[in-house]
Design a protein around this ligand. Structure first.
Ligand code: SF4
Ligand code: SF4
Ligand code: SF4
Length: 256
């Protein structure tokens, strides 16, 4: 069985070269979205960014939460938590309600607004590479080991050791270890994390608990309406898919 995997990103080691950003693009066949990668934003075509804060650089990507609110709010199970710790998305199940985008405490998932069969898009923790015994593409590309990929227990140990061995160098917190119930992407920094654009003041309680409480307050008529609209969306999407598949078959027959 695969052990739980994760990423440890250390701001003090990052030189802002953008190799992680570029490797993610190439690995996921994503188009270039900005000539200056430091000015790019997360989008349906960008699963990780490197942001500049003075002389420091901070990576943003899905945190692969231990108890992900994107999973808990999804009415049809389109999001799930893999045994490796990766939080994954299944476009075939998705009904396009986008509750996952609303629920994410880190504001990560993005939507393909411009296509006829839109998907929710985000980092996969390179699950296919991990299954093949490799590390994530972004970690492999990083020349300074600012982005480390490995077993979660080892990453936590490394992070704790760095804080202990060099208390002057680091702000004494491992971001991502406990925030919103913790996850599989950990960050070390010389300054408080809100100075680097990370969502601060998150409770240590897993977000699904909050989300479920919030959802309980939604009037039944709104919830039922939402499910109805989502159902209509799914039916339309399925109809388009079948039409496209039939079209492909017809075209295929013509070529034969
Ligand atoms: S960061 Fe957001 S999208 Fe990623 S697992 Fe957590 S809730 Fe889901
Ligand atoms: S783990 Fe893979 S998908 Fe996620 S940011 Fe790194 S390269 Fe991209
Ligand atoms: S590849 Fe490594 S050093 Fe370069 S920007 Fe990414 S994390 Fe920083």
């Amino acid at each position: 069985m695969l052990k739980e995997k994760g990423i440890l990103f250390d701001v003090t080691l990052c030189v802002g070269c953008g190799s992680c950003y570029q490797a993610c693009k190439e690995k996921n066949n994503l188009p270039q979205t900005n000539k200056d990668f430091l000015k790019d934003h997360l989008s349906n075509n960008t699963f990780t960014v490197v942001e500049q804060y003075g002389k420091m650089y901070a990576r943003k990507l899905c945190m692969h939460c231990n108890e992900p609110s994107c999973v808990s709010v999804c009415l049809v199970g389109a999001f799930n938590k893999n045994v490796t710790g990766a939080v994954l998305y299944d476009a075939d199940k998705c009904i396009g309600c986008r509750y996952c985008m609303q629920a994410c405490p880190h504001k990560i998932p993005r939507y393909e607004w411009g296509t006829t069969q839109p998907r929710v898009r985000k980092c996969t923790l390179c699950i296919d590479r991990v299954k093949a015994g490799k590390i994530s593409a972004c970690s492999e590309a990083c020349p300074t080991e600012a982005t480390l990929f490995g077993d979660m227990d080892q990453l936590v140990a490394v992070a704790k050791k760095r804080l202990k061995d060099d208390p002057e160098k680091y702000y004494q917190q491992i971001y991502g270890l406990e925030e919103a119930g913790g996850g599989h992407v950990l960050v070390l920094s010389p300054v408080p994390f809100e100075q680097l654009g990370y969502t601060s003041k998150l409770s240590k309680e897993p977000m699904p608990a909050f989300t479920m409480r919030a959802m309980e307050k939604i009037p039944p008529v709104v919830a039922v309406g939402g499910v109805f609209l989502s159902g209509m969306y799914w039916l339309t999407k399925r109809k388009n898919q079948i039409a496209n598949e039939e079209k492909k078959t017809t075209n295929g027959n013509k070529e034969i």
